[in-house]
Design a protein around this ligand. Structure first.
Ligand code: SPD
Length: 316
């Protein structure tokens, strides 16, 4: 950690004036408003009860605040990464969409995901022997362990190997065909995650997967980012010679209230993402925490796209 000693707690009364929280966002009169050139002309706001942490790492600004209605909120460079109330809709879907699409996954790699939520979900699978994670910013891990114990619990699984470093460089060094699945739990493509949306990165992911292996990557919003999604689909169709699909989920605190995932498989045993072959529920899950969001019906439904999005994705 370069910096980031926790500043004294600030009550909502004390945030009457503007607090700069990184990026274009701010807290004004006790309301956090999320502004970014990635969603121009709109901003979602959450009422702030208390700022719990503000700091700056080598890579980004970090903030944790207690909101009035969504529990604790993790913000990186002014952009909401998760809230306690709706994180399940993201972490469960980005994990179980790929892992329930293949039989008995054994080796999984997470790029990003430093809050530990995706690890918590992967840990439900008793077939899994090895869970590697490469997160660039150690402060994200530390902050999550301090303020989000029900999310960072994922780090406690003995199968987890944490690597702090650059995911792009990590993947380049992975022997060909190592993983059954790669999950890319990144922030938006402005800032440290930019390279995770580019072609060379997807080429490295494909090399790291075994034949018929799967990748699931955070792929933004069909309401706001069709141009980004179109580019990602084009790149993925060039690289992944198995299947290429787009799915989405609702996350009320993400811009436009939804977020999507790019799901691809490499050439080899056929993967039909729309027909899950594995099943995770309370009785099969290696966890005493019930699933809150994911089920088989949601899995299948998440691939249904509105016409405007389907048109662009089909022609990409
Ligand atoms: N617009 C914000 C997208 C953030 C996606 N990653 C969230 C990390 C949660 N594990």
């Amino acid at each position: 950690m370069e910096s980031g000693a926790a500043e004294p707690t600030v009550s909502a009364v004390e945030v009457e004036s503007a607090v700069n929280v990184g990026g274009n966002s701010s807290i004004i009169h006790g309301w956090f408003s999320e502004l970014s050139p990635m969603w121009p002309g709109e901003a979602h706001s959450l009422k702030v009860e208390k700022i719990l942490f503000q700091g700056k790492s080598k890579y980004q600004n970090l903030m944790v605040f207690e909101s009035s209605t969504y529990g604790k909120v993790l913000v990186l460079d002014g952009v909401i990464q998760l809230t306690e109330r709706d994180e399940c809709a993201y972490q469960e879907m980005i994990t179980h969409l790929p892992l329930c699409s293949i039989s008995n996954p054994k080796k999984v790699l997470v790029i990003g995901g430093g809050d530990g939520g995706v690890l918590r979900e992967i840990a439900r699978y008793s077939s899994i022997e090895q869970i590697d994670i490469c997160e660039i910013d150690e402060m994200v891990v530390d902050i999550s362990k301090k303020f989000f114990p029900k999310i960072s619990v994922g780090f406690e699984d003995p199968r987890v190997n944490l690597h702090i470093g650059d995911g792009v460089a990590f993947l380049k060094a992975v022997p060909i065909g190592t993983y059954d699945a790669v999950i890319v739990d990144s922030s938006d493509p402005i800032g440290p995650a930019q390279e995770l949306f580019e072609k060379p990165f997807f080429e490295s992911v494909a090399k790291a997967l075994r034949p018929g292996g799967v990748v699931c990557t955070q792929a933004e919003s069909i309401w706001l980012h069709m141009h980004i999604i179109e580019d990602i689909v084009t790149i993925c169709r060039q690289i992944f010679k198995g299947s290429v699909n787009y799915a989405w989920t609702t996350v009320p605190t993400y811009p436009s209230g939804i977020i999507g995932f790019m799901l691809c498989s490499t050439e080899g045993p056929v993967v039909d993402f729309k027909q899950p072959v594995g099943f995770i529920n309370e009785s099969t899950s290696n966890s005493d925490r019930p699933l809150k969001f994911y089920n088989k019906e949601i899995h299948q439904a998440s691939f249904c796209l509105p016409t405007f999005a389907r048109r662009v994705i089909d022609r990409a």
